[in-house]
Design a protein around this ligand. Structure first.
Ligand code: HEC
Length: 102
């Protein structure tokens, strides 16, 4: 009985550590392609506003993460919470703030 429990816990842990794990290359690509579809490849704006690091400077990363997670209701900004883990969303928020683009 106890070994079964341990097995279940291990299986759970294995899943948790794979799903939603931060892979910087994959996320950088997602920002360029998926966010870029609306915000522009260099994030200087398109359908969505300019979200370059130099423009977002001084913004609270936790608030940006919240916007990315939930989207902005009644606008084209979609919620990414269903697709990305909190760790991935936090990574993106930090990335937007620290990687300036042309
Ligand atoms: C389908 C179009 C679309 C996609 C895809 C999209 N956005 Fe947006 N985003 C918008 C629009 C439109 C707004 C502005 C909404 C408003 O307030 O009028 C916005 C707003 C934002 C804001 C708030 C900007 C500010 O100055 O407060 C952030 C941050 C943001 N988006 C990040 C992202 C990220 C990161 C991604 C990719 C994971 C993404 N967006 C993908 C359309 C999009």
């Amino acid at each position: 009985m106890r070994s079964l429990l341990i097995l279940l816990l291990m299986a759970d842990f294995a899943n948790a550590s794979e799903v939603g794990k931060v892979h910087p290359d994959r996320l950088e690509n997602l920002v360029r392609q998926d966010c870029g579809a609306c915000h522009g490849m260099t994030r200087k704006g398109g359908l969505g506003p300019d979200i370059r690091a130099q423009t977002l400077a001084g913004r609270d990363p936790a608030i940006l993460a919240e916007i990315i997670k939930n989207g902005i209701p009644k606008t084209a900004m979609p919620p990414w919470g269903p697709l990305l883990s909190d760790a991935e969303i936090d990574w993106i928020a930090q990335y937007l703030l620290k990687e300036p683009t042309e």
